[in-house]
Each structure stands twice: as structure tokens, then as C-alpha cells.
Design a protein around this ligand. Structure first.
Ligand code: MD3
Ligand code: FE
Length: 209
């Protein structure tokens, strides 16, 4: 994790490591993800308003983020199979230790799959018990246009996230508004069936400091 690039955005605490994962590491991680999907398949959550997300999701770890007409929350089981989520790939825990400087380990890894036309509107991540803990995100497959702006509103910055890029959200960036405006379809051949994968590590539950 040598080349730390502080990307200029309106948001302090956003760190980006472009190309943190080389081609082999990306392939290995995709394999680790797909091996776990048999036990925790992608599904399409509904918004609290009852509309389907365009992004397909699954989770790894003790807790997983879900959304349905009841609301947003973390829960220990897959909403469709009722099974516990698969474990977080160990390589992601190593990446957490090497980047965020947070002694607590993440207990949730949200897996987002963007197939054709999928996007994610501007939002804040506020469903975790301690909003002081950082978030770490890994992008794989097709590139995406990512937008981020301060929690309070105002201007946003757009930047491209490529396969193998890793970003950390700490401090003021933790409550930043952010979203995926579009995926550059066909820009990578990494993901079986095409598209983009995003893995997001979080400390979601209550864990003592
Ligand atoms: C900024 N995922 O899962 S990753 C999400 O590419 C989410 O799938 C997007 O937003 C994706 O909630 C963006 C980069 C990211 C992840 C978490 C953040 C940016 C963030 C949390 C707080 C602030
Ligand atoms: Fe988010």
C-alpha cells in the first residue's frame, strides 16, 4: 500500500489507492467472492418504498446490510435463504489491517454487483452502530463514475474507480454523500458474466473500542 494518492475532493478523509490490487490479486479475489456466492447468492433488495434496487447484493461476515419495505438494517442471515452469510475473504481482512489503521475488525462486507444499467443514487451510509469507524471499499471489473460530496451538501466531485482500486472513508468522509452515476460497460473482462463488483468492509455492529 505504498502509493497513497490523496485525491482532491471537497471531502477530507477520502483516500484512494489506485491499482492497489494487481491483476493476479483481482482474479484471486473474484474467485474468492464467487466461491462464496453459492452459499449466499446475489439477490435484488427492495427500497423501503418497495422499488427494486438496480444493483444486486449479497454480504459476507457476521452481519449483512439489507433493505426491504421494513427499512435498512444489518442482520446475520440472508433474507432469501435464511442462512448465515459466508465468511469475509481473509485477504480483505489483511487489506483492512494494511490500510485503515482501525483496531476493530470489520464484521460486515457488502457485495454489490452492477450488471447492465445498474447505478446507485447519492446517499449516506448511516446504518452502522458506530459512525466513527472507517469504511474500506474495493472495486473490481468494469470501471465506474463515482460521485462524492460533503455530508452537509454543496458541490460534488466525480472520479473514475477502476478495477483494483481501493478507497478508505474516514473522519469527515465517513458521512459523505456518494453514489455511482454509471458503470462503463465492457471496460473490463474480469467478472464472469460482465459488470462491476464492489466490496465494502464496515464495522456494523456494536464492538468495544
Ligand atoms: C463514502 N457503494 O455500498 S463504493 C455502498 O461502488 C456504496 O458500490 C458504492 O456506496 C459502490 O454503500 C460506492 C465507495 C464508498 C463506499 C462507502 C462509503 C464510498 C463511501 C461510505 C461513506 C462514504
Ligand atoms: Fe454507500
Amino acid at each position: 500500500m505504498s502509493a497513497i494518492l490523496e485525491v482532491k475532493t471537497a471531502v477530507e478523509g477520502f483516500r484512494l489507492w489506485p491499482g492497489a490490487l494487481d491483476a493476479q490479486a483481482q482474479t484471486d479475489l473474484v474467485d474468492a467472492v464467487f466461491a462464496r456466492l453459492e452459499a449466499g447468492p446475489f439477490y435484488r433488495p427492495q427500497t423501503p418504498g418497495g422499488r427494486p434496487f438496480s444493483v444486486q447484493m449479497s454480504n459476507f461476515g457476521p452481519l449483512g446490510w439489507v433493505s426491504d419495505p421494513v427499512g435498512y438494517r444489518y442482520q446475520p442471515t440472508h433474507p432469501e435463504t435464511g442462512r448465515a452469510w459466508p465468511d469475509i475473504p481473509p485477504v480483505l481482512l489483511d487489506l483492512w489491517d494494511a490500510t485503515v489503521g482501525e483496531p476493530r475488525r470489520p464484521d460486515a462486507c457488502l457485495v454489490n454487483l452492477y450488471r447492465e444499467g445498474a447505478k446507485m443514487g447519492l446517499h449516506q451510509d448511516k446504518d452502522e452502530a458506530d459512525l466513527g469507524a472507517p469504511v474500506l471499499s474495493v472495486s473490481l471489473g468494469d470501471a465506474a463514475m463515482f460521485r462524492i460530496g460533503a455530508a452537509q451538501g454543496g458541490r460534488t466531485t466525480t472520479l473514475r474507480l477502476d478495477s483494483g482500486d481501493v478507497c478508505a472513508l474516514t473522519g469527515p468522509a465517513r458521512l459523505a454523500r456518494h453514489g455511482i452515476d454509471r458503470v462503463l460497460e465492457g471496460s473490463s473482462r474480469l467478472i464472469p458474466g460482465g459488470g462491476r463488483l464492489n466490496l465494502t468492509l464496515r464495522v456494523a455492529g456494536i464492538s468495544p473500542r
